[in-house]
Design a protein around this ligand. Structure first.
Ligand SMILES: [Zn+2]
Length: 382
């Protein structure tokens, strides 16, 4: 593959990034005993595939995945824990060439409290304390690897509309410089985007750009609605492949899909745990802008290098196509323009003579369309 390919992650949930090794460390620290069948025993799985251990849950059972996720999220309890898990994820992926990363945070995971009447509130002092831990890891990884990281705040749609509104109020009242975008995550079947008008409008007023999870387990209409309410990026969005008019709209509006192959293989039932029918390649060839992501890297036993390798080996992406994917990720990043332009320039500098030649040949051979024109425009950066 030549020199280390620069990579971008736009979609990773902070608590989902916890590896089995890190979970064991946190359990020990907090004196928590984990369920017996929490991890696969050493020697029962391929250590090359899962260098940081492997969680044991039935990949065909979404409920088991959610249970494992909750056990892991519950181990992350203080500012130092957040520092540790961020440092771990960012530094391992930065060493694999990740030059830019966006992590999704949730105020509900960070600082929710329930009183005796069951009323939920968010604790601002705890939030800021934990965010300091997260931001310390971001600064250290930037100093060591040069990797830039920004955060998204996120509302969890299945917690109830009241909770969703509460988290957005909280985010508006507790701004932090590291928060560069807003996300709606959680079970896609809970509610409709049209139910969340208060959220869409408040986020526009903060203002924060939006990336919404859609078209992962629901159909194309969920992506249309996310765009209608202002999402500039779509978490997953793979259902777009079922709707040609929507594909055209995504291209016209310059919407970027944050695709996560391993996550989709495991969580999207219709793929039957295989990547054979995953539309990554087809979406790309239609000319849709997309980036490749880890989603819940710790839970799925993946990392940025593994996802790019899957794109290469399973979906046949060439080196220049992966460079294009990295550039699409940066062009859609929720980061200040100055930083964005510097990162984009850094990627263009990674193109060798051979890469430029390859890109030119490849673009020339493509049929007219969005992909061809995007790649031909990239040639002007030589
Ligand atoms: Zn996600």
């Amino acid at each position: 593959m030549g020199s280390l390919l620069p990579k971008v992650i736009l979609h990773e949930h902070i608590e989902g990034s916890v590896t089995p090794e890190m979970a064991l460390l946190l359990a020990k620290k907090h004196n928590v005993s984990l369920p017996d069948d929490f991890l696969y025993p050493e020697g029962s799985y391929d250590k090359n595939e899962f260098p940081n251990g492997r969680y044991q849950y039935d990949e065909t059972d979404f409920g088991e995945f959610v249970t494992a996720y909750d056990v892991v999220a519950d181990l992350v309890r203080d500012a130092d824990d957040y520092y540790l898990i961020m440092k771990d994820y960012l530094s391992r992926n930065a060493a694999q060439g990740m030059i830019y990363c966006e992590m999704i945070t949730s105020a509900f995971h960070l600082c929710s409290q329930e009183d005796e009447q069951g009323k939920v509130t968010l604790n601002a002092a705890q939030y800021h304390d934990f965010m300091e831990g997260i931001e310390r890891a971001i600064r250290e990884v930037k100093a060591e690897y040069g990797t830039e990281t920004r955060l998204q705040a996120c509302g969890v749609r299945h917690l109830s509309l009241e909770h969703l509104n509460l988290s957005v109020d909280f985010i508006a009242q507790n701004p932090r410089d590291s928060i560069a975008g807003f996300n709606i995550a959680g079970n896609e079947r809970a509610g409709e985007f049209a139910d969340f008008i208060y959220v869409h409008e408040l986020v526009d007023n903060i203002p924060l750009p939006k990336s919404y999870h859609a078209g992962e387990i629901r159909g194309p209409e969920s992506i249309r609605e996310a765009i209608q309410f202002g999402a500039k990026r779509i978490g997953h969005g793979i259902a777009a492949i079922k709707d040609d008019a929507l594909i055209e709209q995504l291209i016209q509006d310059g919407i970027t899909l944050e695709v996560a192959p391993t996550s989709n293989r495991i969580l999207v039932t219709e793929f039957g745990q295989k990547l054979d029918h995953h539309p990554l390649r087809r979406l790309y060839e239609k000319g849709i802008r997309l980036s490749i992501n880890t989603d819940d890297a710790g839970l799925f036993g993946t990392d940025v290098a593994k996802e790019y390798r899957i794109a290469e080996q399973v979906f046949g992406f060439s080196r220049v196509e992966l460079l294009d994917v990295t550039l699409c990720g940066l062009e859609a990043a929720f980061v200040e323009d100055e930083v964005k332009q510097a990162l984009i320039a850094q990627v263009y500098q990674c193109f060798s003579e051979e890469d430029w030649h390859e890109l030119e040949m490849h673009a020339a051979a493509l049929p007219d369309g969005a992909l061809k024109s995007r790649l031909q425009n990239r040639l002007h950066h030589k």
